[in-house]
Design a protein around this ligand. Structure first.
Ligand code: DC
Length: 244
């Protein structure tokens, strides 16, 4: 089967499973370094859907707060930061390297624990999922709580995970490639610290949605993870179609 017809075949599986005219939403959740971003982008490309990195929204709020010397404990400062990003939200900002520093990562995890911020960002995420930009037939969102809270009606939910050591190793290599000198143990400690905060916060903590498929990428590279995800999607839709 050629690549083109294979793509068409994938699209048909989704459309048969869901009804051709519905907007398809794929939720990819999981912790930092699990490979969820790479997987979500690849799935969006395969199906021709639009992709939203929801972590980047929290990162953008964190950056705006840091730049304004604001405090995460001050609702007024958070409101200013939220207004700043609502005005300046562009696909370029969401991809910017400015969002990828360790300071922003740690602050993002703190702002993400604030219900006030989460609520404001829910609307942006739900609107994106329900009305994907550029008339796309579906959306892929990655985050921590897409399948559990933001979009519980998502058509496909995959929770991507990997051991903290493997995730730290990936992050460590990424940082080395950008010429940042870091200690592996520090990277691991930061990953563990952020996981704890993301899992234990009161406002929509990171949990595996009941109907999510868990994909452990500890011993998988990106193409293997993609291929497993495609198996999950095919199995779900072939089963759904057979049951009709
Ligand atoms: O995926 P990431 O590392 O870029 O996410 C940045 C922070 O935002 C992280 O601490 C978890 C939080 N986050 C969240 O609480 N809910 C989401 N849907 C996405 C990210």
């Amino acid at each position: 089967m050629g690549l083109h017809s294979f793509r068409e075949y994938d699209r048909e599986i989704l459309e048969e499973g869901l009804g051709a005219d519905v907007n398809v939403v794929i939720a990819i959740d999981g912790p930092a370094g699990s490979g969820k971003g790479t997987l979500a982008r690849q799935l969006a490309k395969r199906f021709g859907y639009t992709y939203l990195d929801t972590g980047a929204l929290y990162r953008a709020v964190a950056l705006a707060l840091l730049e304004a010397n604001g405090s995460v404990k001050n609702e007024r400062d958070l409101e200013v930061a939220l207004n700043t990003i609502k005005k300046n939200l562009t696909p370029e900002l969401l991809k910017s390297n400015l969002l990828r520093t360790e300071d922003v990562s740690q602050m993002a995890s703190k702002v993400a624990a604030e219900p006030f911020v989460r609520k404001a960002l829910f609307d942006i995420q739900r609107d994106f999922a329900a009305n994907p930009p550029n008339g796309a037939a579906g959306a892929v969102l990655d985050g921590r709580d897409i399948g559990s809270v933001v979009y519980p009606h998502a058509d496909i939910k995959i929770f991507v995970t990997a051991s903290p050591e493997v995730r730290a190793e990936r992050r460590y290599k990424e940082l080395q490639l950008t010429g940042t000198s870091v200690d592996y143990d520090v990277v691991l400690a930061e990953i563990v610290e952020r996981d704890e905060r993301d899992k234990n916060r009161e406002a929509s903590p990171m949990v595996v949605a009941e109907d999510a498929f868990v994909l452990d990428t500890s011993s998988l590279d990106a193409p293997e993870a993609f291929s497993h995800a495609m198996d999950i999607i095919r199995a779900q839709f072939i089963d759904a179609t057979d049951e009709k």
